[in-house]
Design a binder for this molecule. Sequence first.
Ligand code: BGC
Length: 822
Amino acid sequence: MKYKHIIDKMTLEEKASLTSGKDFWQSMDIERLGINSMFLSDGPHGIRKQAKAADHLGFNPSLPATCFPTAATVANSWNEKLCMKIGEFLGEEAVAQKVNVLLGPGINMKRNPLCGRNFEYFSEDPYLAGKLAASYIKGIQSKGIAACVKHFCVNNQEERRMAIDTIVDERTLREIYLTAFEIAVKEGGVKTVMSSYNMLNGTYTNENMHIMQDILRKEWGFKGVVVTDWGGSNERVAGLIAGNELEMPTTAGETNAEVLNAIKSGKLKEEILNECIDRMLELIFTTEEVYKKSVKEYDVKEHHSLAQYAAEESIVLLKNEENILPISCGTRVAVIGDFAKNPRYQGAGSSIVNPTKLDNTLNCLKNTNFITVGYAQGFERYGKKSDKLIKEACKLAAQAEVVLLYIGLDEATEAEGLDRQDMKIPQNQIDLLEAIYKVNTNIIAVISCGSAVEMPWISKVKGLVHAYLSGQAGAMAVLRVLCGEVNPSGKLAESYPLQYKDVPSSSNFPGKEKTVEYREALYIGYRYYDTADVEVLFPFGYGLSYTNFEYSDLKIENDKISFFLKNTGKFSGAEVAQLYIGKSSDIVFRPKKELKGFKKVFLKPGEIKRVTINFDDKTFRYYNVLTDSWEEEPGEYNILVGSSSKDIKLFGVTSRKGTSAPAPYDKNSLSSYFSGKAANVDTMEFEALLGRKVPKSKWDKSKPLGYNDTVAQCQYAKGLAARFAFHIIEFVYWFLKKIGKRSTANVIMMSIYHMPFRGIARMTGGVFNMPMLDGLLMVVNGQFFKGLRHLLRERRKMLKERSKSVKSFKASKTKVQATQEG
Ligand code: BGC
């Protein structure tokens, strides 16, 4: 241990205190040993340092910081250098705000387009997400602080995220849901990992020895600290044993007492606690070094410019019929849609940033070369269809040569803690589009949202520019694309299915009661659409440019491929060339093709370059469940180079010696997986893949409710009071929605409805403790008076004990100081 000399001087109480928060955002300090608190702050696309009132869902304001485009947006850039630069700027801002640990990036897989937090995640592909995240991490950590990759792992739905049990087979876990984390740890060198709220195959992730010890520590060699998600600690001691050093936020000493008791009873070995403390100290000491020098202010303007550049690199041109784009100089343009005035530029929840500046389209129009004939709001962001607004918009549209229509999803639809209900954009926006189409067919839609939407209306627009959630400077970035100052080079980092029911996990999303079953296994996103031959609206990796590229002369070597890429059009531009690998096999089922490399290449008109993409340790590997290790199947592999997952330009074959692992599957019992048609796998086949029975997915309503049951389950509680409370919550939610207060209604879902009872103790910073919770649960389970008495008695006891322990802490501090001085 590196810090044995300090750890030897610590009392057990001090050790325990270091493993839990001091308050909502800080870790504990021990002044006498020179151990300071660390400040942990969100988030992934800008710093959310709350200087005053604290919360984990972004309700209270934070200090101003640059709001960069969200991860879902920047992923479309496929630009590792850019991600590194954003990371560096995030790091600089974090340092300027005295943050030690930046809680990002978020790298969960987009298993299903409805996951409410997809806007915060990179991709449906683990390789792309991992590579981009590693660059963010390197950038952030180059400034001396720590990044925190999250949420480890299989946190792919928001509803019931603190209680749901994800049932997934080992190979899928490794290949799809862990690979991005593996890259973040091994290549990014990330210093902290945030465990997720949910369970994995029956155990909370932060207590799960398999992922925390076997994989994270032993296989990947992670030497850093694991932090719980806020309020995500179930059993503190089990977490520590698994190597989850830090629980956040504070529980006002309640779990410290659990740690002490566990040491006394022998359940927790002191060596394990010491090792956790050693890693905590390394994190604290290394991330405070930077504060020993004078901290520079960052350049707000320069950071705003990078936010704009990041958006420019990430915008995806989806449609360009009759080359309506770029808009030529002097064209008379009508600007329509609420989003042009009030930009939709980031998602809701813990990642929300208070921007240093916010551009909007109307203010930026003066910097374009087209003539604006006017602006019309067109629709109410949170409202119903407005004939008046539509009429105004149509009148304006009729006077213009081209209509720029700003549409998308509103803030209340894409939010942490909630999943979307469908993949549609609001009907009042579609009504507006249809009405405008009758007076002017030259429509260019600019769409802003953080995840895939259905577009049954697409034939009504000639141009379609996807801005995603492009941060505080996104408005100008979009305008520069529209008028051709920037040639779009973004490519979708997720597939756009034609309709929600085509999504392979649609019949298993979200898990509504106890579990969610990942029956589709490896087949998420393009891995499914491609293999099962399901037509999509836009494939993974797709995006248009104002120029054209030609691919030729593929050369395959042992450790790399190379080919020529030429810009054959009239504009300078960048192309994202993508390497996919496929193999047909009767032994190991696999998707038709999988991304294994990519390169973004900038070329002037007529320019040609030889592009090289190296193979790496992930290129040919698969996880063999019999040998419990990564193996390589011998034989021929298809090498596919394309400008999207569908548009393959070059094809070749290479042969590999492989490893001689035994065949892991019985093909006959896994026919859906071998055919790739894995959207509706039945229980028997899923069990054959899992290698065990699937656990019960429904609530056992005959059982009393416990710590890990949620408030939503009060609907079947024995206690009348609990059932009554449940109906009140439902009524308030319904009522708030009815009167148009959707964001406030969401708050109820995010912070009450799906909260496990345990969270009441873990999230209230000591106001409510576990023994009080026992009282509350008695009330819930039908023992109203007994429970109430218990609750009040435990409260009195807690307050008394707290004042006693404050006195004894002060006394022991004086004693330790006196010993030191003596
Ligand atoms: C989120 C985390 C976030 C934390 C602190 C949680 O609700 O899941 O991503 O870092 O809050 O705000």
